[in-house]
Write a protein that binds this ligand. Structure first.
Ligand SMILES: NC(=O)c1ccc[n+]([C@@H]2O[C@H](COP(=O)([O-])OP(=O)(O)OC[C@H]3O[C@@H](n4cnc5c(N)ncnc54)[C@H](OP(=O)(O)O)[C@@H]3O)[C@@H](O)[C@H]2O)c1
Length: 215
């Protein structure tokens, strides 16, 4: 079974690390301060490990990037480009700016002609970035149960093999999949977090997900 590194001590790292453990993977969670994950490790059992970002990057055959958007480049540097080369990096990050939302509408630090994932892909060209899990809240990331059936996860990335790997994971995690093509599609996928968050900020509704209806 594959070894997964989950970079991130926040709620997305927690949810996805739990999902991978549930589905039988070995998981190492990475953080600048791994000791903050000690309580998680004590509950996770012998398939749950913790380490620095660099240790987790070396451990993982597949990498999940679940860190603050403004810190994502710095975290890749701490992982080390050599440790990421040739690996699939599941990019959950959103380019949320350090500003309060305006009437529930978040600001991004990218434009519609650029995306965070394209920046990350340019920063570590030898890694295979695939956008996934960015357009839904952490509590719905693993086998979501909603009245309308499986919701749709939008993904994109330049490497077909890496996307195939992520599609297999999304199947296990209970998602319908819409593959939107190359990394440039992250310009459209990342802003979906703005839309997703508005009902939350305005009326405290956080338990929805997108679904594409097809003929
Ligand atoms: N929360 C959600 O439901 C949700 C849903 C979809 C997508 N996302 C996206 O997923 C990503 C993770 O979100 P999150 O809510 O789990 O947590 P978060 O608070 O956005 O990120 C926490 C992680 O970012 C790292 N970090 C923060 N500042 C850093 C810095 N200056 N240098 C290095 N690392 C730094 C932290 O490292 P340490 O462990 O060292 O503290 C921690 O691991 C974000 O990009 C977010 O936009 C979130």
């Amino acid at each position: 079974m594959k070894k997964i590194a989950v970079m991130g001590s926040g709620p997305v790292g927690e949810a996805l690390a739990g999902g991978f453990l549930k589905h039988g993977y070995e998981v190492m969670r990475g953080s600048r301060e791994p000791t903050k994950l000690a309580a998680w490790k004590s509950k996770a059992g012998d398939k749950g490990l913790i380490g620095t970002f660099a240790e987790a990057a070396r451990f993982g055959q597949t990498i999940v990037l679940a860190v603050k958007g403004t810190a994502a480049v710095a975290v890749l540097d701490q992982c080390g480009a050599d440790a990421l080369a040739g690996k699939t990096v599941i990019d959950t990050t959103n380019p949320i700016a350090e500003k309060p939302p305006v009437k529930g509408v978040l600001a991004l630090f990218t434009s519609l002609e650029d995306s965070l994932m394209e920046r990350l892909q340019r920063h570590v060209p030898a890694a295979h970035f695939v956008k996934a899990f960015s357009c839904v809240g952490n509590t719905l990331m693993v086998n979501p149960k909603l009245p309308g059936g499986p919701p749709t996860m939008f993904i994109c990335g330049n490497d077909a093999g890496a996307k195939g790997e992520v599609k297999a994971i999304l199947d296990q995690f209970g998602w319908d999949i819409e593959d939107l093509g190359g990394a440039e599609a992250a310009r459209a996928i990342e802003p979906l977090c703005m839309l997703w968050c508005i009902p939350g900020f305005l009326t405290n509704r956080w338990m929805h997900a997108y679904k594409v209806l097809r003929p």
